[in-house]
Design a protein around this ligand. Structure first.
Ligand SMILES: Cc1cc2nc3c(=O)[nH]c(=O)nc-3n(C[C@H](O)[C@H](O)[C@H](O)COP(=O)(O)OP(=O)(O)OC[C@H]3O[C@@H](n4cnc5c(N)ncnc54)[C@H](O)[C@@H]3O)c2cc1C
Length: 98
């Protein structure tokens, strides 16, 4: 089996790892932190939950091509409620806007 080595277990490295595994590669991800997630990591301190970065998921709208990717890597599925707020930010890819 061919091997793939990925440096960094942020959302990009984890996603690349899932796609490589699904494509039949033997995958190893190296992460310098003690936990995976990169900028998406959250942690608890003195009873409070701190979100390092993610406050909404870019591409959660089914109108975007990113939505398909999130579903393929199981970050989204039908059990996840998506709340659409008034847009202050627009995602555009290949001329498609959502
Ligand atoms: C304050 C803030 C708020 C944000 N809010 C949102 C939001 O609300 N919605 C949204 O969709 N996006 C948001 N983003 C963007 C989103 O968090 C990032 O785009 C995304 O997490 C980046 O993922 P990544 O895998 O590319 O990089 P990272 O998450 O940075 O992951 C890189 C990983 O590689 C590891 N690494 C680096 N060098 C090495 C090495 N030499 N050896 C081993 N490991 C290494 C790091 O420790 C890290 O875990 C926000 C970002 C920030 C900073």
């Amino acid at each position: 089996m061919k091997k793939v080595i990925i440096v960094g277990a942020g959302i990009a490295g984890l996603t690349a790892g899932i796609y490589a595994l699904q494509s039949g590669f033997d995958v190893t991800i190296y992460e310098s932190h003690t936990i995976p997630g990169g900028a998406c990591t959250s942690w608890c301190r003195k009873g409070y939950l701190f979100e390092g970065a993610m406050h909404w998921l870019t591409g959660s709208s089914p109108k975007t091509s990113l939505n398909k990717l999130w579903r393929e890597v199981s970050a989204l599925d039908d059990s996840v409620n998506i709340y659409n707020r008034d847009p202050f930010y627009t995602f555009e890819h290949n001329g498609q806007r959502a």
